[in-house]
Design a protein around this ligand. Structure first.
Ligand SMILES: Nc1ncnc2c1ncn2[C@@H]1O[C@H](COP(=O)(O)OP(=O)(O)OP(=O)(O)O)[C@@H](O)[C@H]1O
Length: 560
């Protein structure tokens, strides 16, 4: 359901300004061209005014030909400037896409996972699709809005020179429009955000139906998929109606602005012409200026929706980018802990709670010696997986202390931690990519010899040797599924290939053939191997082969 968050157009405008600041140079060029364009466009009526006056003379003079030439050159020059503007906006669109893509790719792995615990991350990342709205809207805003506003301002200013009465008119109308917009646009933004919330809810629901398609397929006559879709679409349409009513109100204001301007200018112009305060040339020129102003107002009306789209897109994109990141340990602070072949592990007064939950782990005090092979057991929900996630460094928001070789976990930088600690957690999965990438995760320190060795240990060598593309075989977790046991072996290989000093494993690889499974257990529990092992397993053999069993109940260690 679309959640009622506090949206404010002022914050969104601030974000828009930040984006504008990033592209200051390009944008100032766009404005520069728009101003010059505005000037030229306005000089055209003046040229036409002069041509009309000359034509009244009844002769074809050199000045007339020169003037016609100047007007034609003006039209050509505005065209050239517009093309230059388009080039800049195209570059801006490319920059926006590149910048946002990298921002997402860079930040997602650094997200503080507890801060997004209440979200389904792939669904949250759908916000990235708003990049397209931002790209299109941003350049449209840059091209149309400044050009339109500059033309309106210039046009009204020029008209003021014809008669001072235009000045009073221009200022009054302009102030009125701005005041009305100031008070109505907050509602316009909030309704646009709600509409967008529903759009993402609808997309999420459709993704859910696709993800769990088989039960939906077999039970489609119950129409749950349609009933829920109906509810969400209703929400979407209601908020869209609300947004449209604000837009309608603002369109009406602009249309009224347009009508009043047309009427006033025509009446005033005609009156001034009849009163002979302006001549026919000036009258025609004034009318051309008025037409330019009106077409600019038209452009603004059409761009209004885009303003909301851009602000909404920015707010949505920021939903992922603004989430808290993990604390990075700076180089000076990072104490590279002495790495032996195993790793000594000590927890003191360790408490942990998920957001808005009571304590999941309570006052854990435990030491695991370097090289020791330990198995944690306990009933469902006792906190075993949570403990492993904390030890792996995934959750940083714990209380108490965790020491690796006497160095606090919070003082160890990610690179060092990654080099020494490896985990296979229960909810890990493969991703679309080659088997090689899935195992090595881009780590250049892993040699082919290491890879081959680990694949033998987990029994993956046979499968890889049968694949035409060997390690380059494509893993597609969503499409043509790999056999489950192959996925489990890939995950195991990923965990072991770095030859870590501490291995944290959750034994959910029951799909693996018994003989290979035993081979892996033997490898992990072999006392001759120097790494430390902390495993979660209910498997009797695995438990018995470990040197020590630790009992966890209700988040607390239980003395055996
Ligand atoms: N991401 C999460 N957000 C909130 N609560 C969670 C989260 N993950 C686990 N919990 C809760 O924390 C408690 C401990 O869960 P945990 O998965 O660590 O237990 P476990 O002993 O590993 O259980 P199991 O054997 O069923 O995997 C449970 O009550 C669980 O509902």
């Amino acid at each position: 359901m679309a959640n009622a968050e506090n949206y404010s157009i002022r914050k969104a405008i601030k974000r828009f300004n930040q984006l504008v600041n990033l592209e200051k140079r390009e944008i100032s060029n766009v404005y520069f061209y728009a101003i010059i364009n505005g000037f030229i466009l306005l000089s055209l009526p003046l040229g036409i005014q002069a041509i009309v006056n000359l034509l009244f003379g009844g002769t074809i003079s050199t000045s007339l030909i020169v003037l016609i030439g100047v007007v034609i050159a003006g039209v050509l020059f505005t065209g050239i400037l517009q093309i230059a503007q388009m080039r800049i906006t195209e570059r801006l669109q490319q920059k926006i896409f590149t910048r946002l893509t990298f921002a997402y790719a860079y930040r997602i792995p650094k997200l503080n996972l507890l801060s997004v615990d209440s979200y389904y991350l792939p669904e949250l990342v759908n916000r990235f699709f708003d990049t397209a709205n931002l790209q299109k809207g941003f350049s449209k805003l840059l091209l149309d809005f400044p050009a339109a506003s500059i033309q309106i301002i210039f046009g009204l200013t020029l008209l003021c020179f014809y008669h001072p009465v235009f000045i009073i008119f221009a200022i009054t109308i302009f102030t009125l429009v701005i005041i009305i917009f100031y008070f109505s646009s907050d509602k316009g933004f909030v309704t646009s955000m709600k509409e967008s919330d529903y759009k993402y809810d609808v997309a999420h629901w459709l993704e859910e139906i696709s993800r769990a398609v088989k039960p939906f397929k077999l039970n489609r006559h119950h129409e749950l998929h349609l009933k829920r879709t109906d509810k969400l679409v209703n929400g979407y349409l209601t908020s869209r109606d609300q947004h449209f009513s604000v837009l309608l109100f603002q369109y009406r204001i602009l249309t009224a602005f347009k009508v009043v301007t047309t009427a006033a200018m025509l009446i005033l112009g005609s009156y001034l012409f009849i009163e002979q305060q302006i001549n026919l040339g000036q009258f025609i020129a004034a009318e051309i200026v008025i037409i330019t102003i009106l077409s600019s107002i038209e452009k603004m009306i059409l761009s209004l929706e885009v303003v909301y789209d851009v602000l909404t897109a920015l707010e949505k994109l920021n939903k992922v980018l603004a989430k808290p990141q993990d604390d990075e340990v700076s180089d000076e602070k990072s104490l590279a802990f002495a790495t032996s072949n195993g790793l000594n592990l000590k927890m003191t007064s360790l408490d942990f709670a998920y957001p808005h939950e009571s304590l999941t782990l309570k006052n854990i005090n435990l030491e695991i010696k370097s090289g020791e092979k330990v198995c944690i057991i306990g009933s469902e929900g006792s906190g075993k997986s949570t403990l492993l996630r904390i030890l792996s460094g995934i959750y940083q928001d714990f209380k108490g202390n965790i020491l690796y070789n006497n160095t606090p976990l919070k003082m160890i930088d990610t690179r060092t931690l990654n080099r020494n600690v490896s985990s296979l957690l229960g909810d890990e999965d493969v991703f679309s990519g080659s088997i090689f990438d899935n195992i090595t995760l881009g780590n250049p320190e892993i040699s082919f010899a290491d890879l081959d060795l680990v694949c033998k240990i987990v029994g993956l060598d046979d499968y890889i040797s049968k694949q035409q593309q060997g390690y380059d075989t494509y893993v597609d977790p969503q499409g043509k599924k790999l056999p489950f046991n192959i996925i489990q072996k890939i995950l195991l290989a990923r965990c072991l290939v770095t030859k870590p000093a501490l291995i944290l494993v959750e034994d959910n690889w029951n799909g693996i053939e018994p003989q290979i499974r035993q081979q892996v257990i033997n490898y992990l529990t072999n006392p001759d191997h120097e790494f430390t092992l902390v495993a979660i397993s209910n498997d009797e053999t695995f438990k018995n082969q470990c040197e020590r069993i630790i009992y966890l109940e209700n988040g607390q260690l239980v003395e055996n």
